[in-house]
Design a binder for this molecule. Structure first.
Ligand SMILES: C[S@@+](CC[C@H](N)C(=O)[O-])C[C@H]1O[C@@H](n2cnc3c(N)ncnc32)[C@H](O)[C@@H]1O
Length: 328
C-alpha cells in the first residue's frame, strides 16, 4: 500500500501564506455547486446532534475559515439551542478569519496541530472536519475520537486519491510548476532591463528585439501549459499573470525596475506557495485501504457505528472524497 508522508513544514508555510494573503474572504471550496453538496452532507449530521435544543459544544478541526462551524451555529440557532463553537487550525490567520466569520456566536479559536488537540478527553458533543484532519496524518483520527463526549458524534470529509479534488490539485500543480520553469520571469526582467538601458543610451527599442523574442517564447510555453490544464484556480491565476506581464512588457519604460524586481519576486513566491498547497492536498488524499485504517482509529478510540461512505456529488463524474462517521 502506498504510504503518504505526514504534513511537512513546507505545507504549514503554504497554508499560512494562503490564509494570510486571502484572509476571511478566502474560500477553499470555490464553486457554489461544491459548497451546496457539502452543506447537504453536513445538514443531517449536524441536525442529529443539534436538534435537541440543549447546550452543545462543537469543534471544527483544521477549520480554515470555518464554514462547517458556521453551518452548525446556524442550525443550532434554528433549533433554539445554546452552543459554543471552537475553531481549530494550525494557521493563526485561518483561526482569526474563522472567529471573525462567526462573529456574534459563542466562539473561541485554537491554533494547534490537529494531531495534538489541546482539548480534554471526551469534552465535545460534535466534532467535524472538512478536508482538514487528514493533513495531520492518520493518528489525528485517534485525536478526533478522543475528544468526542458520551452521546457525541464525529464526522470528517476526507480527500480521496484519484478523486475530483486530487486530480484538480495535480493538474493545478503541474501548471504552476510549468510556469515557474518556463523562464518567463527571467526573460521578462531581462527585457525590461535592456529596454531601460537602451532608453538611457538613447537607442531605439529595436535593440531589445532578441530579448523580446525570448520573452515571447517563454510566454508561449506558459500558454501551452495553460491551455492543456483543466479549469482549476491555477489556470485563472496564470492567465492573470500573463496579462500583467504582457501589459508591462508592451510599455516597460512606464515602470520602475526596482519595483518590477520586487513584483516578480512576489509573483514567484505566490506561485511556489500555491504549488506547495496543491501538493499538500494531494498528499492528504487517501485510497480505500488507507481510509479503512482511519476508520480503525475511530474504533480503537472507543467510537461506535463507525462507517466510511463515498462522497459522490451528482455534478461530478469522480468522487469528491470519503465521509467518515462515528459516535460515542
Ligand atoms: C483544504 S483546507 C480546508 C479548510 C476548511 N475545513 C474548509 O473546508 O474550507 C485545509 C485546512 O487544514 C489546515 N491544516 C493543514 N494541516 C493541519 C494540521 N496539521 N493541523 C491543523 N490544521 C491543519 C490548513 O491550514 C487549512 O486551513
Amino acid at each position: 500500500m502506498m504510504t503518504r508522508q505526514a504534513n511537512t513544514e513546507r505545507d504549514a508555510v503554504a497554508w499560512a501564506q494562503f490564509w494570510e494573503d486571502e484572509g476571511s474572504d478566502a474560500h477553499v471550496v470555490n464553486s457554489e455547486a461544491d459548497a451546496q453538496a457539502l452543506r447537504a452532507v453536513w445538514r443531517p449530521f449536524l441536525e442529529g446532534g443539534l436538534s435537541s435544543g440543549g447546550r452543545c459544544r462543537i469543534l471544527d478541526v483544521a477549520c480554515g475559515n470555518a464554514v462547517v462551524a458556521e453551518q452548525a451555529v446556524s442550525i443550532a440557532a434554528e433549533h433554539g439551542g445554546a452552543q459554543h463553537a471552537i475553531c481549530c487550525d494550525y494557521s493563526e490567520a485561518a483561526v482569526r478569519a474563522a472567529v471573525r466569520r462567526l462573529d456574534g456566536a459563542s466562539v473561541s479559536g485554537i491554533v494547534a496541530d490537529a494531531a495534538r488537540l489541546p482539548v480534554p478527553d471526551q469534552s465535545l458533543d460534535i466534532v467535524v472536519s472538512q478536508y482538514g484532519v487528514e493533513y495531520a496524518g492518520a493518528t489525528a483520527f485517534a485525536e478526533l475520537a478522543r475528544v468526542v463526549a458520551p452521546g457525541g458524534a464525529v464526522q470528517a470529509i476526507v480527500h480521496r486519491v484519484g478523486g475530483v479534488i486530487d486530480r484538480r490539485c495535480q493538474d493545478d500543480e503541474a501548471l504552476l510548476l510549468a510556469t515557474l520553469d518556463s523562464g518567463v520571469f527571467k526573460s521578462f526582467m531581462t527585457l525590461l532591463k535592456i529596454r531601460h538601458k537602451a532608453a538611457q543610451a538613447g537607442l531605439e527599442p529595436a535593440a531589445a528585439k532578441p530579448a523580446s523574442a525570448r520573452f515571447a517564447r517563454s510566454v508561449e510555453r506558459v500558454e501551452t501549459a495553460r491551455d492543456a490544464a483543466g479549469l482549476g484556480a491555477a489556470r485563472s491565476h496564470v492567465a492573470r499573470l500573463l496579462t500583467d506581464l504582457g501589459r508591462v512588457a508592451t510599455n516597460p519604460l512606464a515602470y520602475r525596475l526596482d519595483e518590477m524586481e520586487q513584483w516578480v519576486e512576489g509573483q514567484r513566491h505566490a506561485l511556489r506557495g500555491f504549488a506547495n498547497r496543491m501538493q499538500s492536498m494531494s498528499r492528504a488524499a487517501r485510497d480505500e485501504g488507507q481510509v479503512a485504517i482511519l476508520a480503525d482509529f475511530f474504533r480503537e478510540g472507543g467510537l461506535s457505528g463507525v462507517s466510511v461512505a463515498s462522497f459522490d456529488p451528482a455534478h461530478h463524474r469522480l468522487s469528491a472524497g470519503w465521509i467518515l462517521r462515528g459516535h460515542r
